[in-house]
Design a protein. Structure first.
Length: 307
């Protein structure tokens, strides 16, 4: 790793500007103690930057890390200036970084519980959708005629917003968790099914005909030849499904939930507590980004031969 590029870069420049501005400029909020929380957070971010940069093995990865952390540090600096220092944004609605960090530390135990509740629903519903959609998509699209016909049906059914099913699930299913799992299942099922079918239909027919000539069984052709060839499309559907799932789950929790990040945001929105609303939004963004990052790493693991 090049020591010069690790020290002299845009991320470190804006981290330095953040620290100097936090303590060198007059704080409009007159709450100097909250600058300590902002400083602690930015230093933690800086430590994370050097750790991740040190662990990176390729120059492309290090460049991406530097660029990503630079965007984060620039955003934090602009946020600090627009709120605590220049008071351009309304103080009652937009809170300074130090205020958010302080509130997060006060609520982190509850947030951990809410994150666990939301993730458990996502994992169960998404897993059930995977187990149902991928095999069904393989079998339906194995016959090209059937696959093309059902693709139109799947596109129609998948275009119906899952949110319209929330009143029905609340009326029919025994608990809110069961309702949420069903909504996540429906949300994830159609994108994964459609992508799987498209992946199968796009497999080169010569590959399938060669497998048939070798007298391979139908199950072997499906799961050992067609499925691996369809994986890029399958992962594309999974990426869409996981993003939609978080949107739908947050909406469901805000409508009728008693726990979860969506409920946390909605509960404090009733009281106009914008500090906790912003905490919930930031935590939700971090959770979604982390999950999509993990999914992307799994995808890269499957396709490491492309590198």
């Amino acid at each position: 790793m090049n020591l010069k590029s690790a020290v002299f870069n845009l991320n470190n420049l804006f981290v330095l500007l953040f620290v100097l501005s936090a303590f060198g400029l007059e704080d409009h909020l007159k709450r100097s103690a909250q600058n300590d929380y902002a400083l602690g957070f930015i230093l933690l971010l800086e430590v994370s930057f050097f750790i991740v940069l040190f662990l990176a093995r390729k120059d492309e990865q290090r460049t991406l890390i530097r660029d990503t952390f630079a965007i984060i540090s620039i955003s934090l600096f602009v946020w600090l200036m627009l709120t605590a220092k220049l008071n351009i944004l309304p103080e009652d609605i937009f809170k300074a970084p130090g205020v958010i960090v302080k509130q997060f530390l006060g609520d982190y135990l509850r947030l951990i519980v809410d994150i666990g509740c939301s993730l458990s629903i996502i994992v169960i519903g998404f897993t059930l959708a995977l187990l149902a959609a991928i095999p069904l998509g393989l079998f339906l699209a194995f016959n090209a005629r059937t696959g093309r016909a059902f693709s139109s049906v799947a596109s129609f059914l998948g275009s119906i917003p899952p949110v319209v099913f929330i009143p029905y699930t609340l009326a029919l299913l025994p608990s809110f968790k069961a309702c949420s799992i069903f909504i996540i299942f429906i949300t994830s099922f159609w994108p994964i099914l459609t992508s799987t079918m498209n992946g199968v239909l796009n497999v080169d027919s010569k590959i399938i005909n060669s497998a048939k000539v070798l007298n391979l069984k139908k199950a072997q052709i499906l799961f050992k030849i067609i499925l691996p060839a369809s994986l890029p499309q399958v992962f594309s559907g999974c990426n869409i499904a996981i993003s939609l799932s978080f949107i739908m789950l947050t909406s469901a929790e805000m409508i009728g939930g008693g726990s979860g990040l969506g409920f946390y945001i909605q509960y404090y929105a009733r009281f106009g507590n914008f500090t906790r609303i912003m905490v919930g939004l930031v935590v939700l963004g971090i959770v979604v980004s982390t999950v999509t990052y993990i999914l992307r790493k799994i995808e890269n693991r499957f396709f490491r031969w492309k590198e």
